[in-house]
Design a protein around this ligand. Sequence first.
Ligand code: CAA
Length: 387
Amino acid sequence: MDLGLSPEQREIQGLAREFAVAEIDPHAAAWDRERTFPRELFARLGELGLMGVCVPEEYGGAGADFIAYVLVLEELSRADAGVGVTVAVHTSAATLPLLMFGSEAQRRRFVPPLARGETIGAFALTEPGSGSDAAALRTRAERLPDGAGWRIDGGKQWITNGAAAGTILLFARSDPAQRGARGISAFVLDAEHVQVARHTEKLGLNSSSTVDLVVDGAEVAADRLLHEEGRGFAVAMATLDGGRIGIAAQAVGIARAAFELARDYALQREQFGRRIAEFQAIQWKLADMATEIDAARLLTLRAAWRRQQGLSHTAEGAQAKLFASAVAQRQTSEAIQILGGYGYTKEFPAERYYRDAKVTEIYEGTSEIQRLVIARELLGLRERSEP
Ligand code: CAA
């Protein structure tokens, strides 16, 4: 599909594609089977500039734009969706909010090691009692005497990259008198401030690391507060506005992997004396798959373009994620159907794509939450203050 990409965007897309074919494809099945988080891979992605694609060069990044970044996520996720989510959370949910909301001192301190891939980033919002209702979080941040900083206590659940991260963006209630979204602040923690309580076993995305974290009275200096006290929820929401575009790109990558597998299989598998690609039933499936994947990619690129232009992208990002995740879910199932019995076995990666696709309808906001976000923006029933 000709997307009118710039030479730089094409170059980065090509770099990610070549890397994925050479360095990820040969290992993805084993990483899935053995639940391996390929830590070393991220250092290599960092050397290529792919851990900070859309971070300005002066902060250690590749200096490309957000569109180039989502193209990279599609390529990585096509090969291994676990690698895709690791890079997506690291970039959109940890590095970019630090750039957007950090003081100049925080940006200079935390962003370059993240952008170069020397440190991995995580985003710790979810708790056992606070998933879709993110504002219900209970992790507590108490001021230390004389403004010396903060003491943080609580637990976070299902934190992508949590065990590997050197920099963790963590949300805590700094004013218990305020219920809901008000009274939440964002903090920048190091690995030593948190303990890994549990590694989560998942249906798919086995090459990504997902853990529960405990923060047990960690004391952090005042300069670990990100943005203004009490404005952390808006930081989280603005972060997710961009993060959801990355998950949409991940879903497009998974759907494309399923399509390419099913297409290639249909062109060589023979039944009833013909290649099954010659049967109209299979042709229609492949035609629908290709059409829906293109539509999902275009929605994703529209949202990415709006973000790059500094335009509002709350609804567009949610639309892209809502649609692309449903496409990934449907198309991975169709790929199994085209492969028939082989699709249900571990001989082909169709079943991995199917397991990996499901979570795109859940994390960074379920499809139900995306519909809520889209409807709120469409109907304009709520006033929204700037973060
Ligand atoms: N940008 C900036 N500010 C925003 C905003 C946005 N997009 N959306 C809301 N806000 C602000 C509002 O202006 C409001 O601020 P004021 O009080 O100053 O006016 C405040 O945030 C509260 O807004 P709401 O009243 O709309 O909040 P709510 O409690 O009704 O919740 C919600 C809104 C959309 C349901 C939200 O809770 C939500 O997005 N839930 C889903 C959580 C989620 O996506 N979790 C993902 C976890 S991370 C993850 O999955 C990473 C991974 O591993 C892949």
